[in-house]
Design a protein around this ligand. Structure first.
Ligand SMILES: Cc1cc2nc3c(=O)[nH]c(=O)nc-3n(C[C@H](O)[C@H](O)[C@H](O)COP(=O)(O)OP(=O)(O)OC[C@H]3O[C@@H](n4cnc5c(N)ncnc54)[C@H](O)[C@@H]3O)c2cc1C
Length: 484
């Protein structure tokens, strides 16, 4: 039996593809409609039109990735994109016909279904999985049991020890919910990365947390106001009605995500409020039905000013894998946002993450019977860590506040050390959501402290520039034996 953990786009496509290739599979998930996939918006990048090519897509990805992309991984994903999109279409999913343009892409290549691609696709995949007789079980995986470098079994909240796994596929998503302001649902606290790290998996690139510049929350409902809105003409103003974005970048609202996120953050730190205005977008209701429904639910309209703030959005780092999803633990795969293949480098190009999740899920059966290779670590700095441990805990809300303040959009060495001191000697081992959150926050602060430069989405005001010594060099962390 192959157990797939998580029912986002990575987990569901893996389970469906495995089943269609004759493997027995079960999906276990914390929350059936949880995960970033369900709320994802813009779409999936794939270079399929006649004026585009995988080579151009690769160029854009590497440029945005800011000197840290694994070029082999980039070439793999951009080339496999066409097969992944074709497979979805063969399974019966229908994309809208037009391709959209997003920041950082030199061509229109975003495949979408209105502005609610994730909801449409996840609902479609859930139904497809049901039609194929794949069980989707609501349960939470707590820990992995590994002996002699091989996954043996795992433990869940309701089932206890599960001992019949031929392989385990972690598709548990990222951990961007762990910042006070976030676009992510609360399922995404990094359970998978924490349990894999404790079981001996290598993790990497944890300092690279992407903040989205324009998230809103109205009456407690969070909504991402995507790049496409800005691409279609939405602007940002402060509470005095001043359009400030050109003070930060020549492209104004279409500046790269990290620059715009820092601009909005800086304005808010100066005590101003920031609003998005989209009254000048033509054909708004047809183009953005999801945003339109959101506005109407809250008694707002296209003419309203919508308050926005930057929020943690996507975690580039994760369990180190190769493009097949193989970790350094035999029979333990990690796919989608929980993994770190090196595809995104130091900054993720918009709509490349659903692509990565999709390709890893769909292609997984091709590798299941191949000899295990695992990831390479030749491009980095490998640190074997002793992680301090204690018995007291912190609430998720406290952790989110600490991370926002000390490991947020603008970082500083002293703040990072303070965060590490605040987390040290708390429980990082028991497998509760809090212990996972503390462990990941500690490791993220450590990675951010070690990287004494600013690159991609990692910005330190005590090291505000890129440093060529860090070019193409990533930070790998692993747990030293006997550190509990
Ligand atoms: C608002 C928003 C908009 C986005 N828009 C886009 C976009 O347009 N294009 C793009 O490419 N990317 C987008 N992203 C990013 C993208 O959605 C994610 O990277 C992608 O969906 C990750 O898919 P996944 O399957 O790896 O994980 P997820 O979809 O996050 O799923 C994780 C799953 O794991 C389960 N889980 C977690 N822990 C456990 C546990 N311990 N036990 C059992 N189950 C567990 C959860 O319940 C969930 O089902 C967006 C993200 C957000 C938040």
């Amino acid at each position: 039996m192959i157990y797939v953990i998580g029912d986002g786009i990575a987990g569901l496509t893996a389970a469906i593809s495995l089943k269609l290739h004759g493997y027995d599979t079960v999906v276990i998930t914390k929350d059936v409609y949880g995960g970033s996939s369900y709320v994802s918006k813009g779409g999936i990048a794939a270079a399929l039109s006649s004026d585009d090519s995988p080579e151009l897509h690769a160029e854009d990805t590497v440029r945005v990735g800011d000197g840290l992309c694994d070029v082999n991984a980039v070439n793999y994903f951009v080339k496999e994109a066409s097969y992944a999109i074709d497979t979805l279409v063969k399974w019966g999913f229908r994309f809208d016909e037009d391709l959209r343009l997003e920041g950082g892409h030199s061509r229109r290549r975003i495949h979408h279904k209105t502005d609610e691609t994730g909801r449409e696709l996840t609902s479609f995949l859930l139904k497809k999985a049901g039609d194929l007789g794949i069980s989707i079980v609501k349960d939470r995986v707590l820990s992995l049991i590994v002996r002699d470098g091989k996954l043996r079994s795992f433990i869940t909240e309701s089932r206890g020890l599960v001992g019949d796994a031929d392989a385990l596929v972690l598709a548990t998503g990222g951990y961007a919910y762990l910042w006070q302001y976030s676009s992510n649902p609360p399922t995404n606290m990094g359970d998978g990365i924490a349990m894999a790290f404790r079981a001996g998996a290598l993790v990497s690139d944890l300092e690279f947390v992407q903040f989205h510049p324009t998230v809103t929350m109205i009456n407690g409902e969070t909504m991402l106001l995507s790049e496409t809105l800005r691409g279609e003409g939405a602007i940002l103003i402060d509470n005095n009605g001043v359009r400030f974005t050109f003070n930060y970048h020549k492209d104004g609202e279409l500046a790269p995500r990290d620059v715009l996120a820092r601009a909005v953050y800086t304005e808010i730190m100066k005590g101003r409020k920031v609003y998005m205005v989209f009254s000048n977008i033509k054909d708004f209701e047809r183009k953005f039905p999801g945003v339109n429904k959101f506005l109407r639910r809250h008694g707002l309209s296209i003419n309203s000013k919508i308050p926005v703030f930057p929020g943690a959005h996507f975690t580039i780092g994760g369990i180190r894998t190769n493009v097949k999803g193989e970790t350094n633990i035999v029979d333990l795969y990690a796919i989608g946002e929980v993994s770190d293949t090196g595809f995104h480098g130091a900054n993720r190009l918009a709509s490349n993450s659903l692509l990565e999740a999709l390709v890893m899920g769909i292609n997984l059966p091709n590798y299941v019977n191949e000899p295990w290779e695992g990831p390479s670590t030749s491009d980095g700095k490998l640190i074997n860590l002793k992680v301090p441990n204690g018995s007291s805990s912190l609430s998720i809300d406290e952790i989110r506040r600490i991370n926002w303040e000390l490991i947020g959009i603008v970082r500083h060495g002293e703040g990072l050390q303070r965060a590490m001191r605040m987390y040290a000697y708390h429980d990082m081992y028991s497998g509760t959501e809090e212990s996972n959150a503390i462990l990941l926050s500690y490791l993220t602060a450590l990675s951010a402290l070690i990287r004494e430069e600013s690159r991609g989405v990692h910005y330190r005001n005590d090291y505000p520039n890129r440093d060529s010594r860090w070019e193409n060099k990533r930070i790998y962390l692993s747990l030293a034996p006997h550190s509990s």
